[in-house]
Ligand binder design. Structure first.
Ligand SMILES: [Mg+2]
Length: 284
């Protein structure tokens, strides 16, 4: 895609200043001193753009995630394949159906996936799966939960550059403990004045976050790898989106109805191109 010129700077309004003070003071999870907060406020006001808030997704946008889930799925198939013919059993579809059914009970993340794996394995093997193999499934998920965080290339510089365009909010869904641990390990927490770990990323959730931040949807841009969770609901509200696809996508995240030609959407192949895409969207 082509990247246009930087958005013209505009004067910060009193409302915008008040918002940023609220944003910086409200639910601060980073350990900024009051002096650091003042510096950030000043820097943000001096570099104001038409966005008043930029959101970042976390899994597969800032760091690797889905690849670990897919590796666990491959091992899950190997274990269940000891009991049944995988093609005949339709393992992939059965697991997907179980996960879809269970999300409203277990939520997103590795622990919910583990319970769905166990449920699917018990059903497909007609209760023949051994306790030793169920133990292996548990170990698979513990492996995901304890895997070191691996940032995607260019993430820190891109997030730092985005923070000069507008205050940032991290909006991620999944298991609370796991997400908190990854944010802590990532070393990126101090770049996000506000962090939201939510159970679902739909229009209602984004509307709540924006209302709490006193930001109109038109002044919000979301950056993420999932068209379904990061882009579609934000465009529906009137916001903007920067899509950065990841190498692999979970089947349930692949279900969306985003128009790739939407005027408030930009797609970039590299995280390093996110700040330019944000500036180009802001200019329009
Ligand atoms: Mg993601």
């Amino acid at each position: 895609m082509s990247i246009g010129p930087q958005a013209p700077l505009r004067e910060a309004s009193a409302t915008r200043g008040a918002f940023i003070e609220v944003l910086l003071g409200l639910r601060m999870r980073s350990r900024r001193s009051s002096e650091e907060r003042a510096q950030l406020l000043g820097a943000t006001l001096s570099l104001s753009s038409s966005f008043e808030l930029v959101g970042f997704d976390a899994d597969d946008t800032l760091w690797h995630s889905e690849i670990h889930f897919q590796q666990a799925h491959a091992e899950f198939e190997r274990i269940v394949g000891q009991y049944v013919d995988l093609a005949d059993a339709g393992l992939h579809q059965r697991m997907l159906d179980t996960e879809r059914r269970n999300i409203r009970l277990f939520g997103y993340g590795a622990k919910g996936m583990c319970l769905s794996m166990i449920e699917t394995a018990i059903a497909l093997t007609q209760e023949r799966i051994s306790a030793a193999d169920i133990h292996r499934l548990l170990d698979l998920v513990k492996g995901i939960l304890t895997h070191p965080v691996e940032l995607l290339p260019g993430v820190r510089a891109a997030v730092e550059a985005a923070a000069e365009i507008a205050p940032l909010v991290l909006i991620t869904k999944g298991d609370l403990f796991h997400q908190e641990a990854k944010i802590r390990q990532s070393g990126l927490a101090e770049l996000f004045p506000r962090i939201e770990i939510v159970s679902e990323k739909d229009a209602q959730t984004y509307a709540r976050v924006l209302a709490e931040c006193q930001v109109a949807p038109a002044r919000f841009a979301m950056v993420g790898n999932s068209l379904r969770s990061d882009i579609e609901p934000v465009l529906a509200l009137g916001g903007a989106g920067v899509h950065v696809p990841y190498a692999v996508t979970w089947a349930l995240e692949a279900e969306h109805a985003v128009d790739p030609a939407h005027p408030r959407l930009r797609s970039v192949q590299r995280t390093a191109d996110v700040p330019d895409a944000l500036r180009e969207l802001a200019a329009h």
